[in-house]
Design a protein around this ligand. Structure first.
Ligand SMILES: [Zn+2]
Length: 316
């Protein structure tokens, strides 16, 4: 039986970039935080510098992205930052930003994962709560083809499989992938996978005022013939890897480690949030009890190389 300790970062680390939505120049500071603090975003550009806990209960409705909101304080595009923190098992962090959205970086989690690794991940003297999913659940949206489901697993890990298939007319390739999520698999297989869009969608976004300072070199843009505009893929199945990265960021909104096997087909941020709401409802009793994370298996080694504690990370 193994217990994962909570983790934070040893020292502050900053990153800068341009917001995909507003085109704002954004500075983000990752700061250490005490046990049981969680991931908290803070808008330092607003009066009284309001904070918003990264939790599913603080998510406003958004299509194609995830945001957090409390009162007037809104933080858009949280998913790639939350994926980096959750993927690297950083549980407690104050994330300060001076704009209404996180910087887009290269459309992946790499900018944030690099900063977190430079800040050095350290263990804290408290167990990390977790939720083992105890019953099969599934979510879909009326009239849309996406589906996401989760079932319990006995191996004590978070597994995510994803089928990406927008149909024969779409230039986005058909891809399938599955990963057991650990800091190693996140860093090596997922963190670099960039977001993607179809060329035909760009004009719609620009008409809405989005992406004024973003170019085709900042993400993956598929032309109608399936070619990639002004860029090239980092790996053949980069798109499905990014969809799994998005799942990790959205699943982090439950606020603890998840044990379960997820299967997603065409799932986006709305469906990801819906399945997490279902898991939270289903496991409310366990959440309230804050059961420490224990696993039956001990053969996985999931600690990052910068983690100094020898007993860290054996529960994924
Ligand atoms: Zn994404």
């Amino acid at each position: 039986m193994h217990l994962r300790q909570q983790q934070t970062i040893r020292r502050p680390q900053s990153v800068t970039g341009i917001g995909f939505l507003t085109g704002a120049d954004v500075t983000v500071r990752f700061l250490p935080a005490p046990p049981n603090h969680g991931i908290v975003f803070q808008r330092v550009d607003l009066p009284e510098t309001p904070q918003v806990l990264a939790h599913i209960s603080n998510c406003p409705d958004r299509k194609r992205r995830t945001a957090l909101q409390k009162g007037e304080a809104v933080i858009e595009l949280t998913e790639h930052v939350l994926a980096a923190l959750a993927g690297l098992q950083v549980d407690n962090c104050l994330v300060q930003l001076n704009a209404p959205e996180l910087p887009g970086g290269d459309g992946s989690s790499l900018l944030f994962a690099d900063a977190i690794m430079q800040a050095e991940i350290i263990a804290q003297d408290a167990p990390r709560p977790c939720v083992p999913v105890s019953e099969p659940l599934q979510a879909h949206l009326d009239g849309l083809s996406g589906l996401i489901s989760v079932e319990p697993n006995r191996s004590g890990v978070l597994e995510i499989s994803y089928d990406l298939n927008y149909g024969p007319e779409s230039p986005v390739p058909v891809e399938q992938q599955a990963f057991t999520i650990t800091p190693e698999s996140f860093l090596n297989e997922l963190a670099f996978a960039r977001t993607f869009i179809q060329e035909t969608e760009i004009d719609v976004l620009r008409a809405q005022g989005y992406g004024t300072r973003t170019t085709a070199a900042d993400l993956i843009v598929f032309r109608a013939d399936g070619s990639v505009m002004d860029n090239k893929l980092r790996i053949e199945d980069e798109c499905v890897r990014h969809k799994i990265l998005d799942c990790i960021g959205d699943f982090a909104l439950i606020g603890c480690d998840l044990i379960g096997t997820f299967h997603a087909t065409q799932s986006g941020h709305e469906l990801n949030r819906e399945i997490i709401r279902q898991v939270a409802r289903s496991e409310k009793q366990q959440l309230q009890k804050q059961i420490p994370c224990t696993t039956a298996e001990s053969d996985s080694t999931t600690h990052s190389e910068s983690t100094p504690s020898s007993d860290m990370g054996e529960a994924a």
